[in-house]
Design a protein around this ligand. Structure first.
Ligand code: B1M
Length: 216
């Protein structure tokens, strides 16, 4: 079995130590970090997601697989993040209130770091006030929200409404994403940008900040 397949298999079994060691082994063998991410880690996570949907595995198994995924990502992070010299801007990122999914958010965080952003990751289950308080505290350019549940997506709008109420809406570029989120939902709630994946999020955030600064 190839090291990439082993990463996927061990991830599905939730064997964090093995996943960590295998990701390092794959890097040492010169395998492209993006291949390790997409064909090893994410492919394993997608398989477990499919089995979860079909009631073949349950929350505890998914949880340990997610821990293994995050351990693998830690090893991969320095390779995925190639920070430029000039800081592009400041971003606050979190998963919205009621939602504990953090893998997508962590990937977006890494890609934003790679694009040269100073990142303030405020974690999961983040209430609206916490997004705004942190953005004000660090003088952020961008507020990034992730949601993985159809039940928590509306909490993105709560943040946007709170920004409006406090007269702060135009101060920030608001970006949203996560599996159930799409362009139409993003427009409906008044976000500035929806992006389907972490790499696009970083590209769009960088362009949006540079355009905004150029226009000022
Ligand atoms: Co949960 N879960 N989960 N889960 N879980 C899903 C999301 C689900 C689709 C599974 C299913 O039923 N098929 C389903 C949601 C159904 C729905 O709402 N429509 C679901 C459910 C129901 C639940 C619980 C309610 C289950 C229960 O308790 N009965 C529960 C809710 C807990 C809570 O949050 N309050 C729950 C719990 C969990 C675990 C804790 C066990 C675990 C999370 C652990 C963790 O994150 N540390 C977990 C997991 C792992 C999943 C699946 C299997 C995988 C999610 C994931 O990490 N994907 C997921 C099934 C699936 O998605 N196939 C599922 C990999 C990740 C890289 O993708 O996060 O989509 P994603 O990020 C992508 C893009 O979306 C984008 O970039 C990334 C790719 O580059 N992106 C952004 C994300 N955020 C972005 C922000 C941006 C831009 C792009 O700009 C700001």
């Amino acid at each position: 079995m190839s090291v990439i397949n082993e990463i996927s298999e061990f991830l599905q079994k939730g064997r964090a130590k093995n996943v960590k060691a295998l990701v390092q082994q794959a890097l040492d063998e010169g395998i492209d970090p993006k291949e390790i991410l997409n064909d090893g880690l994410l492919s394993g996570m997608m398989s477990i997601g499919e089995r979860f949907k079909n009631n073949e595995v349950f929350v505890p198994e998914v949880l340990v697989a997610a821990r293994a995924m995050n351990k693998g990502l830690e090893v991969l992070e320095p390779e995925l993040v190639k920070v430029g010299n000039e800081p592009v801007g400041v971003a606050v990122i979190g998963t919205v209130k009621g939602d504990l999914h953090d893998i997508g958010k962590n990937l977006v965080t890494m890609m934003l770091k790679g694009a040269g952003f100073e990142i303030h990751d405020i974690g999961v289950d983040v209430p609206a006030e916490a997004f705004i308080e942190k953005a004000e505290e660090v003088n952020a350019d961008v507020i990034c929200m992730s949601a993985l549940l159809t039940t928590t997506m509306p909490n993105m709008e709560t943040v946007i409404n709170a920004l409006k109420e406090q007269g702060l809406r135009d101060k920030y570029i608001v970006m949203v994403g996560g599996a159930p989120v799409n362009e139409s939902f993003s427009n409906q709630i008044g976000a500035d940008y929806y992006t389907p994946d972490a790499a696009t999020a970083a590209e769009v955030a960088k362009k949006a900040v540079l355009d905004k600064k150029a226009a000022q």
